[in-house]
Ligand binder design. Structure first.
Ligand SMILES: [Mg+2]
Length: 389
């Protein structure tokens, strides 16, 4: 059995924990509504008004004018994320983080010591609440795909166990949007075929699915049966580390995309540093509103885990290597591959002290982020402007 643990409205919950006077109020963390920033997180009170993450902050303000808008404090969220990981590590080294507030855990090796995966899931949820005063939702299931659906199903404060004997009963009534890779366009295509639930997908022949959706068709056929063989891969064993985000609304402003690049780069670089990994190849993934997806990659002269260096590469690709005329963007991803062991890098430090300078730049930029958090998103774009000729 696999655990998927996902913090509820993470950034917003950390802010509410640290500022009890916000209790009961709609809270939006992100760029300022006056600027071009986007919503990084909204608490459940704000979501009632239709505020969603990745939405322009100005739009959020129109939807919920009395919301409290707060700048992100990435340093704090990263620090709390580290503490959450320390709780995970009490139970297993097999932790696959998906972002600062979300991870898959394989605790099967600890069941002898602590009890069933379900029991361990309960303990972790309780310890996160006791130690950190934050609420996590937990999914317990035979595989990653099912665990991820389960953690989301009864949010906030959810705890859902998928009985391996009842996988199909669990999946069948769910809408097709719960299947991985089924976005708006594919959903429309399914609707035209009269397919609404996972049961409907399961009732289709695999050939029919392949005819309509190509290779993805056979994947959907498997998912609709709850089949997912992927292991939980901790970062240390991973071949690549990446983060991507799908926007609630397609984004055409370059400044907003640049702000997102900073955010995604930062998360990837933090994960690399946490696992002491250094990568040479930086990748940028962009999906446009017509679902055409392109990837670009840059190989650096030397492996790195510096936010600054990875950001320079991704920002360059975003600025110069997209098609001259392109549609609005619906998904953006940043990844690093080509890992080298840290020892190799430490050796190369002797011949390149600029690496050290870059690392201290990271610390400095983290400090700036914290101190001038209110301009976090704006500052990110400012960084781009200042660095370009
Ligand atoms: Mg979350």
């Amino acid at each position: 059995m696999i655990l998927h643990i996902d913090m509820d409205a993470y950034y917003a919950s950390v802010e509410m924990r640290d500022r009890p006077e916000l209790k009961g109020q709609p809270v939006v963390v992100g760029g300022t509504p006056e600027g071009r920033g986007v919503v990084s997180a909204a608490n459940y009170e704000a979501r009632k008004y239709g505020v969603r993450s990745a939405m322009p902050a100005g739009r959020a303000k129109r939807l919920c004018p009395h919301a409290v808008f707060l700048p992100p404090r990435m340093e704090i969220y990263a620090d709390v994320s580290h503490k959450i990981h320390e709780i995970f590590q009490r139970y297993t080294p097999l932790i696959e983080p998906l972002s600062l507030d979300e991870a898959f855990l394989d605790v099967s090796g600890s069941e002898g010591l602590f009890g069933t995966t379900e029991k361990i899931g309960r303990r972790i949820k309780d310890e996160i609440l006791q130690d950190l005063d934050l609420v996590a939702s937990v999914g317990v299931a035979p595989n990653k795909f099912l665990a991820k659906i389960a953690s989301d199903l009864e949010k906030p404060d959810g705890f859902v166990v998928v009985d391996p004997e009842r996988t199909q009963q669990f999946l069948d009534p769910l809408p097709i949007s719960r299947l991985w890779g089924v976005g708006r366009v594919m959903q429309d295509a399914f609707e035209r075929l009269g397919v609404h639930t996972i049961f409907d997908v399961r009732s289709m022949a695999v050939e029919t699915l392949q005819r309509h959706f190509g290779d993805h068709g056979s994947h959907l056929w498997e998912l609709s049966r709850g089949i997912d063989q992927r292991r939980v891969i901790p970062d240390r064993e991973a071949k690549s580390i990446s983060h991507e985000t799908t926007f609630a609304e397609d984004i055409s402003e370059m400044e907003v995309l640049r702000a997102w690049i900073v955010e995604l780069t930062d998360q990837v670089a933090r994960r690399l540093r946490r696992s002491d990994l250094y990568g040479r190849t930086v990748q940028l993934k962009v999906r446009f509103s017509d679902f055409k997806t392109i990837t670009r990659s840059t190989t650096l002269p030397q492996a790195t885990n510096s936010t600054q260096q990875i950001w320079q590469a991704t920002n360059e690709m975003l600025s110069n290597r997209l098609p001259a005329e392109h549609l609005a963007v619906r998904l953006l991803g940043v990844g690093v591959t080509g890992f080298q062991s840290s020892k190799l890098n430490q050796l190369s430090l002797f011949s390149d002290d600029s690496h050290e300078a870059q690392s201290s730049l990271d610390v400095a930029s983290d400090e700036i982020r914290e101190r001038f958090g209110s301009k976090s998103i704006g500052r990110a774009s400012g960084l781009g402007r200042r660095r370009r000729p």
